[in-house]
Write a protein that binds this ligand. Structure first.
Ligand code: TXA
Ligand code: MG
Length: 326
């Protein structure tokens, strides 16, 4: 039987009973639990097989809630919250003691956002607690942008996916931390840098480098989940500036192509996904993970992805594709 349901009251009941529910957001589906329930939070880490050193994002219903869980909000954090919430920006701020250490992996800071999805906003309003929710994929796998993606991963592990349709933004939130009150981007995401700079001026990027892999604990990234290999299909994946050349170099394989809108006629190419026919980066971002899920299920030997224009959401798409190829 399917675990996908639109029933918000059922989600409320499960979350009140310290169970997990997968929830829709504008970015990706999250695997949600009560931040104050040790049982629920432990279940999140177990279900995802996520290492405990990787902290969770706390989802709150409204701006009023922010001061209940964080201290010392920098001026530019307030500006960003006012400009982008509800929406795909996560702010890493000094936590109040009420936030359990399990959520923050022992850090003094907590990552917070207000998601922009009507169903999840309604759900949050009906609960007495915020929701911790990492993306609803097993550790290191492709993030889910439909209820079906989540069901395929976790049908034996959780009781419910709250169905909110396909995620509109399609890549995770942009994560911003603060050092000496100044904002720094820790993870590229669905809010483009250009839009952020319009609000707070020039901003530094420490998009925890592609150098890290899970074994290098001494070089822990700023956002500890930002490991080099992430968002990964199981099929070998490469990223290229020259699709035609990469195709000709892999003639002995069954090839899948992921492109913005270019198309290739070649006998080795068995499957192609074009992310946006009219080169709309927003549309491309919203289709990205679904395309990777499809390509990964198509029994290919190799997925060849074309590098995207390196501005706006193109930068965030390239970031995810680079991590998919590690
Ligand atoms: O769009 C999103 O952000 C989605 C939806 C469900 O809201 N969530 C998501 O969560 O992407 P997750 O767990 O897959 O990624 C959270 C990232 C991780 O890289 C984690 O290391 C970072 O946030 N993070 C959480 N708390 C942090 C903290 N206190 N300091 C630095 N990074 C933190
Ligand atoms: Mg994730």
């Amino acid at each position: 039987m399917s675990i996908i349901s639109k029933d918000i009251s059922k989600a409320v009941a499960l979350l009140n009973a310290e169970e997990l529910v997968a929830i829709p957001t504008e970015t990706v589906y999250g695997l949600a639990g009560n931040i104050f329930s040790e049982r629920a939070i432990k279940l999140i880490f177990e279900t995802k097989q996520r290492p405990l050193f990787n902290p969770l994002i706390v989802h709150i219903p409204s701006l009023d809630y922010l001061s209940k869980i964080v201290d010392d909000i920098p001026k530019k954090a307030q500006l960003l919250a006012d400009a982008f919430w509800p929406g795909p920006i996560t702010l890493v701020l000094k936590k109040k003691p009420v936030i359990p250490d399990l959520i923050t992996a022992g850090k003094a800071t907590v990552a917070v956002r207000i998601p922009n999805h009507p169903i999840t906003l309604e759900l949050l309003k009906q609960l007495d607690f915020p929701l911790a929710a990492p993306s609803a994929n097993p550790f290191n796998r492709i993030s889910p942008t439909t209820a079906k993606h989540v069901e395929d991963y976790f049908k034996n592990d959780i009781k419910m996916v709250l169905d909110g349709g396909a995620c509109k933004s399609g890549i995770e939130s942009t994560i911003i931390g603060f050092e000496d009150e100044e904002p720094i981007i820790y993870r590229l995401g669905s809010t483009p840098i250009e839009a952020i700079e319009k609000v707070v001026g020039k901003i530094e990027l420490k998009n925890s480098s592609a150098k890290h892999d899970g074994n290098q604990k001494d070089s822990a990234p700023n956002a500890p989940g930002m490991l080099a290999r992430h968002y990964s299909p199981r099929t070998k994946t490469i990223l290229t500036d020259d699709l035609a050349k990469a195709i000709s170099q892999n003639q002995d394989k069954n090839i899948g192509i992921l492109s913005l809108n270019s198309e290739f006629e070649n006998p080795a190419v068995k499957f192609q996904v074009k992310l946006s026919l009219n080169e709309n980066l927003q549309e491309a971002a919203s289709n990205l993970y679904d395309a990777l899920h499809e390509l990964d299920a198509a029994n290919l030997d190799i997925i060849i992805a074309e590098r995207f224009p390196n501005y706006d959401l193109g930068k965030s798409i390239n970031d995810r594709l680079e991590r998919a190829t590690k």
